[in-house]
Design a protein around this ligand. Structure first.
Ligand SMILES: *[C@@H]1O[C@H](CO)[C@@H](O)[C@H](O)[C@H]1NC(C)=O
Ligand SMILES: *[C@@H]1O[C@H](CO)[C@@H](O)[C@H](O)[C@H]1NC(C)=O
Ligand SMILES: *[C@@H]1O[C@H](CO)[C@@H](O)[C@H](O)[C@H]1NC(C)=O
Ligand SMILES: *[C@@H]1O[C@H](CO)[C@@H](O)[C@H](O)[C@H]1NC(C)=O
Length: 223
């Protein structure tokens, strides 16, 4: 009798012990919190850590926290008639350990930021001009989208495939924020058809249910 009650108590005790850790689990899926005020990255350091090592704080100046110009000019020769600049920790070392980054986008008429995902960040898009169709596909295959005008915001949950498409009559512009110092960009088509070394043709033929000539045709665009 004594033994039985002791046994039945064990699972709930265990749950009590691990519950605090379970509650804190979700926060660990984002960039880790800083352990100091700032940590200006040394991007080319030979020391490898999760993020980048810090420049000595004695040599940090106000300029380290300043980035001169986020604006981007439209290059009408760029693929899909849209230009973007992503300011992450690699271009702005002050973002190291701070869990944020930013981008600026300008779309020409019909401009498109093609389907891609950010494995390490949720994205919030602030449309500052024009009309932009923003859409993402959830893991269950449901497509969510909205035409967003100047002043509107649209949020793209972490890791989901999404795009931004100028559906207005003229130029469109947007400023984008990410909750990671290095969101990363995966373009599914380029990842599968343009990797080095190449994903085996047989895998691509099976995955897409197409013949070798189609695989080679798509490869040629991304190789
Ligand atoms: C890293 O870059 C800085 C600035 O460009 C340079 O002075 C330094 O020598 C580089 N260090 C290494 C290890 O490459
Ligand atoms: C920032 O860059 C944009 C586009 O290249 C340019 O029009 C603007 O004048 C620049 N702003 C500053 C303060 O240099
Ligand atoms: C504009 O885009 C084209 C095509 O990607 C590229 O070759 C060219 O260097 C770009 N021009 C500027 C000024 O960035
Ligand atoms: C790209 O955008 C510019 C500016 O809106 C527009 O004049 C041009 O016609 C567009 N190019 C294409 C190929 O649609």
């Amino acid at each position: 009798m004594k033994i039985r009650s002791h046994r039945s108590l064990a699972p709930s005790l265990l749950l009590l012990l691990i519950l605090p850790f379970l509650l804190f689990l979700p926060t660990t899926t984002y960039d880790p919190s800083p352990n100091q005020d700032f940590c200006i990255a040394i991007p080319n350091s030979s020391i490898a850590v999760n993020g980048f090592p810090c420049k000595p704080s004695s040599s940090v100046t106000s300029d380290d926290f300043f980035f001169p110009n986020l604006s981007v000019k439209l290059n009408t020769s760029s693929p899909f008639n849209a230009s973007a600049t992503l300011i992450d920790v690699l271009s702005f070392p002050a973002l190291n350990t701070l869990g944020i980054s930013v981008a600026s986008v300008v779309f020409g008429r019909g401009g498109l930021i093609t389907a891609h995902s950010h494995p390490r960040a949720t994205e919030i898009v602030f449309v500052t001009g024009g009309q932009v169709l923003i859409g993402f596909v959830a893991t269950d295959g449901k497509f969510f989208s909205k035409v967003v005008g100047a002043g509107g915001l649209f949020v793209i949950p972490m890791g989901l495939v999404h795009f931004e498409y100028n559906v207005g009559q003229g130029i469109a512009t947007a400023t984008v924020a990410f909750n990671s110092q290095l969101p990363g960009i995966v373009i599914p088509a380029a990842a599968l058809f343009g990797s080095t070394p190449a994903v085996p043709d047989a895998v691509l033929r099976e995955a897409f249910g197409v013949g070798e000539e189609v695989v080679q045709e798509i490869r040629a665009k991304f190789g």
